[in-house]
Design a protein around this ligand. Structure first.
Ligand code: GTP
Ligand code: MG
Length: 195
């Protein structure tokens, strides 16, 4: 699947802009700055496909990328950005809710969690929304290169405990580093095997 090229399709700010639900779709959710756009670039082997940045809240639209002719990869705007105006947050929450509950071709949501920080309250909120929307989600740990193995284990224990509260959680956690290319092949096969 990932041998083929990926392309940016469009950025969407409202439900009526969504592309036809005619391909297998996965989305990437997570706190602002957790590494969603960087992960999509690393997975697809395309340097600047998704715009990554040091400025939190950079990705404001739902960005659709095509992978091969069969899949959509979806980069969701980051949440939990402290400086975002309330009106923006509320608009985004409404769109996200509609997207998650109404997208028939959405096979899995990947919830990205920073290996340094673990699951925070805002992550729990998204997980609850995914439970309510009956969208299976899988946690992907990011930036594993930034912590020592013992700290990684500690975070994993915390994440596993948090997941027991969420019926939509897929039990297997994928640990990644976009920097070191760790875990990417695992994640690629997970996506390729969804049908
Ligand atoms: P928003 O679009 O604001 O929600 O952020 P995002 O989740 O898309 O994060 P982005 O991919 O822009 O990455 C944020 C910062 O983290 C960038 O400076 C990346 O270079 C860095 N980063 C992402 N992944 C990794 C990683 O695996 N290791 C390291 N060391 N840094 C990473
Ligand atoms: Mg981004």
């Amino acid at each position: 699947l990932f041998a083929a090229e990926s392309q940016f399709l469009k950025g969407v700010v409202a439900m009526d802009g969504l592309p036809d639900a005619d391909r297998i779709e996965v989305c990437f959710a997570g706190r602002s700055n957790v590494g969603k756009s960087t992960l999509i670039n690393a997975l697809t082997g395309t340097k600047a496909l998704a715009r990554a940045s040091n400025t939190p809240g950079r990705t404001q639209e739902i960005n659709f990328f095509t992978q091969s002719d069969s899949h959509y990869l979806v980069d969701l705007p980051g949440y939990g950005y402290a400086n975002a105006p309330l009106a923006v947050v509320e608009k985004w929450q409404r769109l996200l809710k509609r997207y998650l509950s109404g997208r028939a071709n959405l096979r899995r949501a990947f919830v990205l969690v920073d290996t340094r920080h673990g699951v925070k309250a805002v992550d729990e909120e998204i997980m609850t929304l995914l439970d309510q929307s009956a969208v299976t989600f899988q946690v992907v740990m990011t930036k594993a290169d930034k912590v020592k193995p013992a700290e990684q284990e500690k975070t994993l224990t915390q994440v596993r405990a948090a997941l027991t509260k969420h019926p939509a959680a897929y039990p297997e956690i994928v640990v990644t580093s976009s920097e070191k290319s760790d875990g990417l092949e695992t994640l690629r096969s997970i996506i390729a095997e969804l049908d």
